[in-house]
Design a protein around this ligand. Structure first.
Ligand code: F1P
Length: 289
């Protein structure tokens, strides 16, 4: 399923742009103080969206993984992202948060427990997935959220198409370690790319803010490392990384489309390692405790 879901992203992103144009209810209004929560992939979407919304001037926006939400806080709105709508930490957090803050669930599944715990629900059924490893749900949601923040995203589906056809980093299956770097909203994308490598290919992958990478992690880089930078790299960073002998990959596309390329690399790496991406070790479609 994963390969088909990855390939369907241009079409899903087009639908997301139409959905955003119809002004769906429940998404944060300008001026609201907002928190966004999720687990795993959905937390990384929350991270990216929080930075994008805050930078767009629409209001203070925090992102938390659901298990670490500070329950003493009160927000104008808490947005819970969960593809399945069943993740335990999300349901636990919402049962508390719903007493003090207005809540919105964004999910891919129409009838799920998250619906009963939130004031508003946005269901992106067209982006649901059969795979355990999430690919099109997070990217489709980010396309929708970027459009909702007023960004012109009309070129994004075409960028996703290009990402599906572009070559992957040369000899990518020879690397021992994969590192993804971002800045601002692309830190969430870097985190998501690294998670894809871990989930699909059981390989050693890390992710950092590009500036933070200089404060220690760069010590691990060597010729067996692939360092993939999402978005613009901080001044001087690429030269520093190249000096370690690592292979450096930079974004030629919109960073969200670049994530599609990283998803493809994760699946190809799994294939070459003889792993079934649709049956990832120790993982389930939704984590229920
Ligand atoms: C999120 C999640 C991810 C995990 C895997 C399956 O669930 O559990 O954390 O990495 O991809 O999905 P959800 O709350 O978005 O359904």
């Amino acid at each position: 399923h994963a390969s088909e879901e990855i390939a369907s992203q241009p079409a899903c992103w087009r639908t997301a742009i139409e959905v955003a144009a119809a002004k769906p209810a429940g998404l944060p209004e300008p001026g609201e103080r907002v928190a966004v929560i999720g687990c795993g992939t959905s937390w990384f979407v929350a991270q990216s969206y929080a930075v994008l919304r805050e930078r767009s001037g629409q209001g203070e926006t925090d992102a938390f993984t659901a298990s670490e939400f500070p329950l003493s806080r009160r927000y104008d709105r808490v947005v819970a992202i969960s593809r399945s709508g069943t993740t335990t930490e999300i349901l636990r957090a919402l049962s508390q948060i719903g007493r003090v803050s207005r809540t919105t669930a964004i999910t891919a599944v129409g009838a799920s427990p998250v619906r009963d715990l939130t004031d508003d629900v946005l269901t992106l059924g067209f982006a649901d997935e059969q795979s355990v490893v999430q690919t099109r749900f997070p990217t489709t949601l980010l396309t929708l959220l970027r459009a909702h923040l007023g960004e012109d995203v009309s070129r994004l589906p075409g960028q996703a198409e290009r990402a599906l056809g572009m070559p992957l980093p040369e000899d990518f299956d020879g690397f021992r370690q994969f590192t993804f770097l971002g800045a601002g909203w692309t830190v969430g994308l870097a985190n998501e790319a690294a998670l894809k490598i871990r989930e699909a290919a059981q390989a050693w992958a890390e992710s950092y803010s590009g500036m933070e990478y200089r404060h220690g992690p760069i010590a691990v880089a060597d010729i067996a490392s692939l360092v993939w930078v999402f978005g613009d790299a901080p001044h001087g960073l690429l030269d520093e990384v190249r000096a370690t002998g690592a292979h450096v990959e930079v974004s030629l596309l919109d960073p969200l489309a670049e994530l599609v390329r990283a998803q493809r690399m994760a699946v190809s790496l799994a294939d070459r390692r003889g792993l079934d991406v649709d049956a990832p070790r120790h993982l389930t479609r939704s984590v229920i405790l």
